[in-house]
Design a binder for this molecule. Structure first.
Ligand code: HEM
Length: 220
Protein backbone atom coordinates (compact mmCIF):
# COMPACT_ATOMS: atom_id res chain seq x y z
CA UNK A 1 0.00 0.00 0.00
CA UNK A 2 1.28 3.48 -0.88
CA UNK A 3 1.29 5.50 2.33
CA UNK A 4 3.04 8.54 0.88
CA UNK A 5 -0.21 10.20 -0.20
CA UNK A 6 -2.09 9.22 2.93
CA UNK A 7 0.61 10.75 5.14
CA UNK A 8 0.82 14.10 3.28
CA UNK A 9 -2.25 15.96 4.56
CA UNK A 10 -1.48 14.89 8.11
CA UNK A 11 2.04 16.29 7.83
CA UNK A 12 0.79 19.62 6.52
CA UNK A 13 -1.76 19.95 9.33
CA UNK A 14 0.87 18.89 11.87
CA UNK A 15 3.24 21.56 10.56
CA UNK A 16 0.49 24.21 10.54
CA UNK A 17 -0.65 23.32 14.05
CA UNK A 18 2.83 23.52 15.58
CA UNK A 19 4.24 26.48 13.68
CA UNK A 20 1.45 29.05 13.15
CA UNK A 21 0.74 29.67 16.87
CA UNK A 22 4.47 30.29 17.39
CA UNK A 23 4.38 32.76 14.49
CA UNK A 24 1.39 34.53 16.13
CA UNK A 25 3.28 34.74 19.40
CA UNK A 26 6.38 36.16 17.65
CA UNK A 27 4.27 38.73 15.78
CA UNK A 28 2.38 39.88 18.91
CA UNK A 29 5.66 40.04 20.88
CA UNK A 30 7.16 42.16 18.07
CA UNK A 31 4.16 44.54 18.26
CA UNK A 32 4.06 44.76 22.06
CA UNK A 33 7.84 44.78 22.78
CA UNK A 34 7.54 42.98 26.15
CA UNK A 35 9.15 45.00 28.94
CA UNK A 36 8.53 48.37 27.29
CA UNK A 37 5.51 48.92 29.59
CA UNK A 38 3.45 46.93 32.11
CA UNK A 39 0.75 46.33 29.49
CA UNK A 40 3.31 45.10 26.94
CA UNK A 41 3.46 41.73 28.69
CA UNK A 42 -0.26 40.99 28.38
CA UNK A 43 -0.82 40.28 24.65
CA UNK A 44 2.30 38.12 24.03
CA UNK A 45 2.08 36.17 27.29
CA UNK A 46 -1.64 35.43 26.73
CA UNK A 47 -0.93 34.33 23.14
CA UNK A 48 1.89 32.09 24.38
CA UNK A 49 -0.29 30.64 27.16
CA UNK A 50 -3.46 29.94 25.18
CA UNK A 51 -2.38 29.53 21.55
CA UNK A 52 0.92 27.70 22.14
CA UNK A 53 1.32 26.02 25.55
CA UNK A 54 -2.27 24.98 26.26
CA UNK A 55 -2.83 23.96 22.64
CA UNK A 56 0.18 21.61 22.82
CA UNK A 57 -1.01 20.34 26.21
CA UNK A 58 -4.50 19.53 24.90
CA UNK A 59 -3.31 17.82 21.73
CA UNK A 60 -0.57 15.73 23.34
CA UNK A 61 -3.02 12.77 23.43
CA UNK A 62 -4.33 13.11 19.88
CA UNK A 63 -3.38 10.69 17.11
CA UNK A 64 -2.54 13.29 14.47
CA UNK A 65 -1.24 16.35 16.34
CA UNK A 66 0.47 15.08 19.50
CA UNK A 67 4.11 16.05 20.08
CA UNK A 68 4.98 12.65 21.59
CA UNK A 69 3.24 10.07 19.37
CA UNK A 70 5.69 7.27 20.19
CA UNK A 71 5.70 7.75 23.96
CA UNK A 72 3.71 5.72 26.50
CA UNK A 73 0.51 7.12 28.05
CA UNK A 74 2.32 8.03 31.31
CA UNK A 75 4.70 10.35 29.45
CA UNK A 76 1.78 12.05 27.73
CA UNK A 77 -0.08 12.57 31.01
CA UNK A 78 3.03 14.17 32.56
CA UNK A 79 3.63 16.38 29.50
CA UNK A 80 -0.08 17.33 29.51
CA UNK A 81 -0.21 18.59 33.10
CA UNK A 82 3.26 20.18 32.87
CA UNK A 83 2.38 22.22 29.76
CA UNK A 84 -1.07 23.03 31.12
CA UNK A 85 0.38 24.27 34.44
CA UNK A 86 2.99 26.33 32.60
CA UNK A 87 0.17 27.81 30.47
CA UNK A 88 -1.90 28.66 33.54
CA UNK A 89 1.11 30.24 35.24
CA UNK A 90 1.77 32.37 32.13
CA UNK A 91 -1.93 33.32 31.90
CA UNK A 92 -1.86 34.39 35.58
CA UNK A 93 1.15 36.61 34.84
CA UNK A 94 -0.55 38.10 31.76
CA UNK A 95 -3.73 38.78 33.71
CA UNK A 96 -1.87 40.47 36.60
CA UNK A 97 -0.01 42.65 34.05
CA UNK A 98 -3.20 43.98 32.40
CA UNK A 99 -5.03 44.35 35.74
CA UNK A 100 -2.13 46.25 37.34
CA UNK A 101 -1.73 48.39 34.22
CA UNK A 102 -5.36 49.51 34.49
CA UNK A 103 -4.84 50.37 38.16
CA UNK A 104 -1.73 52.38 37.27
CA UNK A 105 -3.75 54.56 34.87
CA UNK A 106 -6.88 54.58 37.08
CA UNK A 107 -8.91 52.93 34.31
CA UNK A 108 -12.03 50.90 35.16
CA UNK A 109 -11.83 47.09 35.10
CA UNK A 110 -13.92 44.70 33.01
CA UNK A 111 -15.60 47.15 30.69
CA UNK A 112 -15.28 45.26 27.38
CA UNK A 113 -16.42 41.95 25.89
CA UNK A 114 -12.76 40.94 25.68
CA UNK A 115 -12.32 41.57 29.42
CA UNK A 116 -15.42 39.55 30.42
CA UNK A 117 -14.83 36.64 28.06
CA UNK A 118 -11.15 36.72 29.06
CA UNK A 119 -12.10 36.49 32.73
CA UNK A 120 -14.44 33.56 31.96
CA UNK A 121 -11.60 31.88 30.02
CA UNK A 122 -9.21 32.19 32.96
CA UNK A 123 -11.90 30.95 35.40
CA UNK A 124 -12.69 27.99 33.17
CA UNK A 125 -9.00 27.17 32.77
CA UNK A 126 -8.55 27.08 36.56
CA UNK A 127 -11.62 24.81 36.83
CA UNK A 128 -10.18 22.58 34.11
CA UNK A 129 -6.86 22.25 35.94
CA UNK A 130 -8.84 21.17 39.03
CA UNK A 131 -10.85 18.73 36.90
CA UNK A 132 -7.56 17.45 35.47
CA UNK A 133 -6.33 16.62 38.96
CA UNK A 134 -9.62 14.84 39.61
CA UNK A 135 -9.23 12.92 36.35
CA UNK A 136 -5.65 11.90 37.14
CA UNK A 137 -6.81 10.40 40.44
CA UNK A 138 -10.27 9.26 39.30
CA UNK A 139 -9.36 5.74 40.38
CA UNK A 140 -9.33 6.80 44.09
CA UNK A 141 -13.08 7.41 44.21
CA UNK A 142 -14.17 4.87 41.58
CA UNK A 143 -16.84 3.45 43.92
CA UNK A 144 -18.70 6.79 43.94
CA UNK A 145 -18.35 7.87 40.33
CA UNK A 146 -17.16 5.99 37.26
CA UNK A 147 -13.71 7.24 36.16
CA UNK A 148 -14.91 7.35 32.54
CA UNK A 149 -17.56 9.92 33.52
CA UNK A 150 -14.94 12.18 35.10
CA UNK A 151 -12.71 11.80 32.03
CA UNK A 152 -15.56 12.62 29.66
CA UNK A 153 -16.56 15.66 31.74
CA UNK A 154 -12.96 16.90 31.68
CA UNK A 155 -12.98 16.50 27.90
CA UNK A 156 -16.34 18.22 27.43
CA UNK A 157 -15.32 21.19 29.60
CA UNK A 158 -12.05 21.27 27.66
CA UNK A 159 -13.98 21.85 24.44
CA UNK A 160 -15.92 24.71 26.08
CA UNK A 161 -12.61 26.18 27.31
CA UNK A 162 -11.19 25.97 23.78
CA UNK A 163 -14.18 27.95 22.50
CA UNK A 164 -13.68 30.62 25.20
CA UNK A 165 -9.93 30.82 24.60
CA UNK A 166 -10.45 31.29 20.85
CA UNK A 167 -13.05 34.01 21.53
CA UNK A 168 -10.73 35.85 23.97
CA UNK A 169 -7.85 35.87 21.51
CA UNK A 170 -10.08 37.04 18.66
CA UNK A 171 -11.58 39.81 20.81
CA UNK A 172 -8.03 40.75 21.86
CA UNK A 173 -7.08 41.16 18.21
CA UNK A 174 -10.17 43.35 17.72
CA UNK A 175 -9.06 45.65 20.57
CA UNK A 176 -8.14 49.28 19.93
CA UNK A 177 -4.53 48.48 20.90
CA UNK A 178 -4.13 45.72 18.29
CA UNK A 179 -5.90 47.74 15.60
CA UNK A 180 -3.56 50.66 16.31
CA UNK A 181 -0.31 48.69 16.48
CA UNK A 182 -0.89 46.13 13.74
CA UNK A 183 -1.41 46.22 10.02
CA UNK A 184 -5.23 45.92 9.64
CA UNK A 185 -5.07 42.78 7.47
CA UNK A 186 -2.90 41.03 10.08
CA UNK A 187 -5.78 41.26 12.55
CA UNK A 188 -7.75 39.03 10.14
CA UNK A 189 -4.79 36.66 9.75
CA UNK A 190 -4.53 36.49 13.56
CA UNK A 191 -8.25 35.67 13.85
CA UNK A 192 -8.13 33.06 11.07
CA UNK A 193 -5.12 31.29 12.61
CA UNK A 194 -6.78 31.27 16.06
CA UNK A 195 -9.96 29.72 14.64
CA UNK A 196 -8.04 27.15 12.58
CA UNK A 197 -5.79 26.02 15.42
CA UNK A 198 -8.60 25.81 18.00
CA UNK A 199 -10.83 23.99 15.51
CA UNK A 200 -8.04 21.48 14.75
CA UNK A 201 -7.48 20.91 18.47
CA UNK A 202 -11.20 20.38 19.20
CA UNK A 203 -11.75 18.10 16.20
CA UNK A 204 -8.69 15.94 16.87
CA UNK A 205 -9.46 15.62 20.57
CA UNK A 206 -13.05 14.56 19.87
CA UNK A 207 -12.05 12.07 17.17
CA UNK A 208 -9.23 10.57 19.29
CA UNK A 209 -11.64 9.91 22.18
CA UNK A 210 -14.72 9.17 20.05
CA UNK A 211 -15.13 5.60 21.25
CA UNK A 212 -14.84 6.51 24.92
CA UNK A 213 -17.31 9.39 24.50
CA UNK A 214 -19.82 7.05 22.82
CA UNK A 215 -19.34 4.47 25.58
CA UNK A 216 -17.87 1.94 23.17
CA UNK A 217 -14.43 1.62 24.68
CA UNK A 218 -12.71 0.67 27.90
CA UNK A 219 -11.16 3.43 29.96
CA UNK A 220 -8.22 4.65 27.89
C1 HEM B 1 -6.94 34.07 25.82
C2 HEM B 1 -6.18 35.12 25.90
C3 HEM B 1 -6.53 36.36 26.68
C4 HEM B 1 -7.20 36.51 27.87
C5 HEM B 1 -7.75 35.38 28.72
C6 HEM B 1 -7.27 37.91 28.18
C7 HEM B 1 -7.86 38.47 29.31
C8 HEM B 1 -8.03 39.83 29.54
C9 HEM B 1 -8.73 40.40 30.67
C10 HEM B 1 -9.42 39.60 31.76
C11 HEM B 1 -8.67 41.75 30.53
C12 HEM B 1 -9.33 42.80 31.45
C13 HEM B 1 -8.49 43.25 32.60
C14 HEM B 1 -9.19 44.33 33.41
O1 HEM B 1 -10.21 44.86 32.97
O2 HEM B 1 -8.69 44.61 34.49
C15 HEM B 1 -7.94 42.05 29.34
C16 HEM B 1 -7.69 43.32 28.84
C17 HEM B 1 -7.09 43.60 27.63
N1 HEM B 1 -6.55 42.70 26.74
FE1 HEM B 1 -6.57 40.67 26.97
N2 HEM B 1 -6.63 38.61 27.18
C18 HEM B 1 -6.17 37.70 26.24
C19 HEM B 1 -5.47 37.98 25.08
C20 HEM B 1 -5.24 39.25 24.58
C21 HEM B 1 -4.59 39.53 23.32
C22 HEM B 1 -4.00 38.46 22.39
C23 HEM B 1 -4.57 40.89 23.18
C24 HEM B 1 -4.02 41.71 22.07
C25 HEM B 1 -3.73 41.26 20.90
C26 HEM B 1 -5.23 41.47 24.33
C27 HEM B 1 -5.45 42.81 24.53
C28 HEM B 1 -6.07 43.37 25.64
C29 HEM B 1 -6.31 44.78 25.82
C30 HEM B 1 -5.95 45.87 24.81
C31 HEM B 1 -6.93 44.93 27.08
C32 HEM B 1 -7.37 46.27 27.73
C33 HEM B 1 -8.69 46.70 27.20
C34 HEM B 1 -9.85 45.84 27.64
O3 HEM B 1 -10.07 45.66 28.86
O4 HEM B 1 -10.54 45.32 26.75
N3 HEM B 1 -5.61 40.43 25.17
N4 HEM B 1 -7.56 40.86 28.74
Amino acid sequence: MDLTHAAKPRNILYFIFHSLPLALFAYVAYLAQPGSSVFSWHPPIMTLAFAVLMMEAICIFTHDLGLLPEKAKGWKVTAHWFLQSLGLFAAGFGFIAVYYNKDLFSKPHFVSWHAWIGLATIGMTILQVGMGLGTKHAYWYRYFIKPVRIKNSHLALGIVTLFLSCSSLILGSASAWFQRESNASFAYVFMAVCILVHWLAALNTLSTHKKRLLGKAGED
